[in-house]
Design a protein around this ligand. Structure first.
Ligand code: FE2
Length: 250
């Protein structure tokens, strides 16, 4: 009991994410992906993110083949609704929208035919299938970069096919890809192996972006618990290595 009370991993008071300023990965536009389903839920989540210390949000609905066939129109229309509600609720948070693009065939078509939803200096957020690396990954990255975008790879630690191929991460960085950490990966929310990879990437200073990837209230609960985790000290200590603060400007 005593041991538990004085467990070193539990902070007495919560630490926040203020040093990072911007959360750049979440699913806060109601009804268009597997994130929040109503504007009310969205407002609750935004209040929660503000409580965690974020003052600016870039929310990133899934764009995923036929599963979440979102477009600039569906996303921006949803953003308008959420923005109006944020204003009405007097939440002092700035909210923007982009997308979380799955690197699938549909993505390649989009890249060739439309302007992607980017933020700041042409950053786009992309994810891969959790099952396998795209066969032509390097080719796709080259095409994206040639089109003038800068790539942020969502939740880099969640691709289990790389958990024993850590050299892949350095290769991505060498290609100019920014690796994004899902904060909850550090708590084991996505499993032990994902947690291990996240710790390794963090310890080796390979991440340059953090995000909540918040979908619903369960994520918010877990993020609030993370505020009491001693890992918060490590995140604060390394905050200068992250580009979150600059994601809307440079
Ligand atoms: Fe996501």
């Amino acid at each position: 009991m005593l041991k538990k009370l004085f467990h070193p991993s539990v902070l007495k008071s919560p630490m926040d994410f203020k040093p990072f300023e911007i959360d750049m990965h979440s699913h806060l536009i109601p009804g268009i992906d597997d994130g929040v389903s109503t504007v009310e839920e969205s407002i609750d989540m935004i209040k929660g993110l503000h409580g965690l210390g974020f003052s600016k949000l870039i929310t990133t609905p899934h764009v995923m083949g036929d599963v979440y066939n979102n477009s600039r129109e569906t996303i921006m229309k949803g953003l308008d609704k959420v923005r109006a509600a944020v204003e009405q609720a007097f939440i002092p948070v700035e909210i923007h929208a982009a997308a979380e693009y799955l690197l699938d065939d549909a993505f390649s078509n989009r890249l060739n035919s439309e302007k992607l939803l980017s933020f700041g200096n042409n950053y786009i957020l992309v994810e891969m299938s959790y099952l396998m690396e795209p066969i032509n990954l390097n080719h796709i990255l080259f095409d994206i970069q040639t089109a003038g975008y800068r790539v942020i790879l969502a939740h880099a630690e969640r691709y289990r096919f790389w958990s024993r191929k850590h050299e892949k991460y350095q290769q991505m960085i060498d290609r100019g890809v920014h690796l994004q950490l899902n904060l909850l990966s550090l708590t084991g929310y996505y499993g032990k192996d994902v947690q291990k990879t996240a710790e390794w990437l963090l310890d080796n200073q390979m991440y340059s972006v953090i995000g909540t990837d918040l979908h619903n209230a369960e994520y918010l609960d877990e993020l609030q618990k993370l505020q009491y985790n001693k890992l918060m000290h490590k995140l604060h200590k390394n905050a200068g290595n992250f580009i979150n603060k600059n994601l809307l400007t440079s």
